[in-house]
Design a protein around this ligand. Sequence first.
Ligand code: FAD
Ligand code: DLZ
Ligand code: SF4
Length: 503
Amino acid sequence: MVTRLILVLGDQLTETVAALRQADKARYVVVMAEVADEAAYVRHHPKKIAFCFAAMRHFAARLEQDGWTVDYTKLDADQPHQSIPAALLAAADRHGATKVLATRPGEWRLIEALDETPLDVTQLEDDRFIASHADFDRWAEGRRELRMEWFYREMRRKTGLLMDGDAPEGGKWNFDHDNRKAAPGDVDFSGPMHFTPDTTTEEVLTLVEAHFPDNFGTLRPFWFAVEPGQAKQALAHWIRGGLPKFGDYQDAMLSDNRFLWHSVISMYLNAGLLDPLEICRAAEEAYRSGHAPLNAVEGFIRQIIGWREYMRGIYFREGPGYTRRNVLNHRRKLPDFFWTAKTDMRCIAKTVEQTRDEAYAHHIQRLMVTGNFALLAGIDPHEVHEWYLAVYADAYEWVEAPNVIGMSQFADGGIVGSKPYVSSGNYINKMSDYCGGCAYSVTTKTGQGACPFNLLYWSFLDRHRDRFEKNPRMAQMYRTWDRMDAGKRETILQEADTFLAGL
Ligand code: FAD
Ligand code: DLZ
Ligand code: SF4
């Protein structure tokens, strides 16, 4: 009987992933490899690499216990592999195999690389999602605009989550309006569950320290879950303590509390340690049993069956060139402070510091602090994309790129968002405590100490007037700008230019 190979990648760590489900243990050898190219195609955060390798090693051990033959190559093996295709070729040689069963990777880069190997690789659709590619395409076909909200309603109907017959639970599909409270002084949730690294994870931490000493990010303390059982404990811990207020304070930011009521499960979910539908059912149960209110549970479920699935649909529908989109023609280089946190803008310094320490920032920090700044300052969206892909533990292109290129940088011209997510310092001040200790003054619009977001906001709108002034959702902003004294407008534009020149 001829041996065949199954490829399992670092974000396919689910026992029922398509390729494993379709194969039998007697005939197939599972190939897993820690390879230099995957670890270095962007300079990932050390916590992200450690999480990936530790979860891979634990997964391989579980497969072996379950009777699979696993051909696993560590990064520090005597003969490590440079790339996934190289690992497959070497394994094919070792086992006399020519056929490979793979689950389609989450990045075009790797899909294309697998297509180009001389081996006979079958890429099965990754069906760990609620919407298949065909479902998304069917939904998208013929629509003038692909708005998430309409897609989300389809997903609610498809899953039956928070449905009351044919109607949405509570009479409304979306309770976002209730989910915009500024953070209170004290947070009554202790944050994500921490796990002590076992021997396997400790070995990985030592390896990451040795191989990636200069990557941006702090490796220790390393507290992530690396197995599904742990990830489930982390989820249950958050449902108990975090979910009830998740909705209310979803958009809030605090300097001394990095996680607030967020779930911090995206890295587990994206690597395959948790299942999206199971998570949503657990959240729904918390609502049905009276433990968490509807605005929290609906808000959470929308992120997962709405935004997450929608982003994936967009990434695969738009094709491999998506990360190179740049409709606003932004060309500025990413400022150094995205790596050093050395800036007087306290909101940015705090967000970059926590990104460095935790490989985590929550949605509003990503969107309205670093993303907002990059967009206002006209940073090249591809550089912004590479930064986000590198620094967050949950970042894989299928989910990161539509969030960055689309939602955050408007570089796709409005496929993901109907208007750019830009704001002056006012929004950051309302939703956070960052401005209090900042060297800049958020209430100062021009002159000494004026908050850069205040200057850059108007200069962005002015620069892109042709594109945005006809957008009904932005008309009010242009009216406000036009009503401003001409001298003040001139001062704002000049000061914005001076600030940008100094970046
Ligand atoms: P919570 O706030 O607790 O939300 C629950 C879950 O909903 C998340 O775990 C996540 O799985 C899902 N979710 C929420 N928002 C989104 C969204 N916009 N897109 C997809 N899923 C969502 N998410 C990633 O998983 N990987 C990324 O690389 C990534 N890059 C981002 C870049 C930018 C510029 C922005 C604005 C958002 C990005 N997001 C990304 C979405 C979101 O910020 C993270 O999913 C979230 O912060 C993860 O933290 P959490 O688990 O505590 O999420
Ligand atoms: C993120 C990552 C890293 C750092 N290293 C590996 C690796 O060495 N081997 C592997 O199989 N997967 C790794 N991954 C995850 C892949 O980059 C991911 O599977 C692709 O980007 C597709 O989403
Ligand atoms: Fe950020 Fe401006 Fe507030 Fe400073 S004043 S923290 S730069 S928004």
